[in-house]
Design a protein around this ligand. Sequence first.
Ligand code: SF4
Length: 317
Amino acid sequence: MDKKELAELLALEDFEPIYQKADEVRRKTKGDIVDIRAIIEYSNICVRRCRYCGLNSDNKNASRYKMTEDEILDTARQAAEAGYKTIVLQSGEAPVFKIQELGEIVRRIKDMGPAVTVSCGELSYEELRYLKECGADRYLLKHETADPKLYAELHPCGTLKERVTCLRTISGLGYETGSGFMIGLPGQSLMTIADDLLLLKELNCQMAGIGPFIPHPDTPLKDEKRGSTELTKRAVALARLLLPEANLPVTTALGVINKQEKESAFACGANVIMKKVTPDPYRAAYEIYPAQLEKCDIEGDRKRLEEQIQALGRIPV
Ligand code: SF4
């Protein structure tokens, strides 16, 4: 599929046949398994100023935190005991730990059994290689938009070229590589989304997180409209067709908008769900976009999610 075809598909009046095709491909490549992954948001400190994000360093209303090494490991242990097989270590972009300290955290979580995904922004080749040597399995770095002009408007602290170079480094080091983008960014068109999808394909991403833009009240984009859930699901379905083997999460942002939407998102090609296990009081402070959060209950949350997935006829893992 080329850019024009993708944009035309995104605009279809009746998208149902594409959803069905994406679901068929998902069943063939991934079966009925839904991977549940635990996210530990270990710090919300960030040096960047992305204009859509509540964690941007200009936001003086954000209360900043960094979990201690013991808190991270204790949370990871609880998640592993609750049945999680992947721990995602996520943070804003800031060197809150020395790379050796972060490597040690990765190593110790790996010793507990789960796979480790790291998502803490752009790192140097040496840092990425070090974390890989410590056992990190996957690295997640969303490109957010494949339009270089829009990227520059939204990201005063970096360029699309640097982002893509970092993604290529991640892939070259043998990580399972994840990228992704937002739907509904101001200034985005269907052609931009088509470019976003083609970039995932070009990078041969093995994971892709596609979520709606949700305006945060403490950002310059606070008065913009939120992204469409329907268009988000359409983009997930097309990502499944372009990357049949990829791990495609139902993004947490989609779940924020509407619980039912999250369920129907599983019918458009997604096979992964991310669940926050960040302990209180930190979880409320990790606010990229506003969300209603329940109190942390790692074991109970996991059980409830397993039941929801089983109710959809799928197998939680
Ligand atoms: S999107 Fe990431 S890098 Fe940008 S401000 Fe938010 S946390 Fe920082």
